[in-house]
Write a protein that binds this ligand. Structure first.
Ligand SMILES: CC(C)(COP(=O)(O)OP(=O)(O)OC[C@H]1O[C@@H](n2cnc3c(N)ncnc32)[C@H](O)[C@@H]1OP(=O)(O)O)[C@@H](O)C(=O)NCCC(=O)NCCS
Length: 203
């Protein structure tokens, strides 16, 4: 398996050698907290042995009424020079598949950036609305073939009482209102047409 459990020295090495934006600092700053709290931090090992994409995903075991157990996806980051090549998709698909194999039936996550929206969209996740702190709430089945109660999913209740996730049109409005996207060019991915994505090639 080309995954590695990251520790503090490995995260320090990961952060070296590139110019960080405010978003990089925010996202990577939280990784220290995740390591301190002993949340599982994972790195994807490239064929040359280097980690260029990291994520934090905890496998929950508790069933919350009809809706759990949840995989709790806390964060994702790929080194800027190595984005758009499928690393985060690959890493997080592996982590989500593993969570599913361990009994999780849904994933919950908070999105804080346009890039994060694109990653979750690519993974086919459901979006529900914006939290008080301005994050987009994801609450999504790991297996689309399962039947679900017609109530609001457990984590989605933080932002809505609706029973269906946002439609692409509703999501577009939320992305603009929330400052995640500015105009049609950044929203064309919601058309879902093949080839409209930015990804240049898959690893
Ligand atoms: C989000 C992030 C982890 C994606 O990493 P990645 O390895 O480039 O992801 P992938 O190559 O698997 O691409 C997944 C999708 O995200 C899109 N994407 C990746 N980086 C992007 C960026 N910076 N801006 C816009 N879209 C981006 C890709 O085009 C692809 O979508 P597509 O298939 O519709 O084209 C990376 O951009 C990053 O670290 N961003 C800064 C931190 C951040 O925003 N983390 C998420 C917080 S919720």
């Amino acid at each position: 398996m080309n995954l590695v459990a990251m520790d503090a020295p490995m995260m320090r090495a990961y952060r070296l050698g590139f110019t960080r934006t405010r978003l990089d600092n925010e996202v990577l700053g939280n990784f220290d907290m995740y390591l301190f709290r002993k949340n599982p931090v994972w790195g994807l090992i490239d064929p040359d042995g280097t980690v260029r994409s990291v994520a934090v995903l905890a496998v929950g075991t508790r069933k919350k009424n009809a809706w759990g157990p949840y995989a709790n996806w806390y964060a994702a980051h790929t080194l800027p020079a190595h984005r758009y090549q499928g690393r985060a998709t690959r890493l997080n698909r592996m982590l989500l598949d593993d969570a599913r194999a361990k009994g999780c039936v849904r994933v919950k996550s908070l999105i804080q950036s346009y890039a994060g929206v694109r990653l979750h969209w690519r993974l086919g996740h459901d979006f529900w609305g914006v939290t008080e702190k301005g994050y987009i709430q994801v609450d999504s089945p790991l297996d689309r073939s399962s039947a679900w109660p017609s109530t609001t999913p457990e984590q989605a209740r933080s932002v809505t009482d609706r029973v269906q996730p946002l439609t692409p049109t509703e999501l577009a409005a939320v992305l603009v209102a929330g400052g995640f996207a500015t105009g049609p060019q950044e929203l064309s991915f919601l058309d879902g047409k093949p080839g409209t994505g930015l990804l240049v090639h898959s690893l």
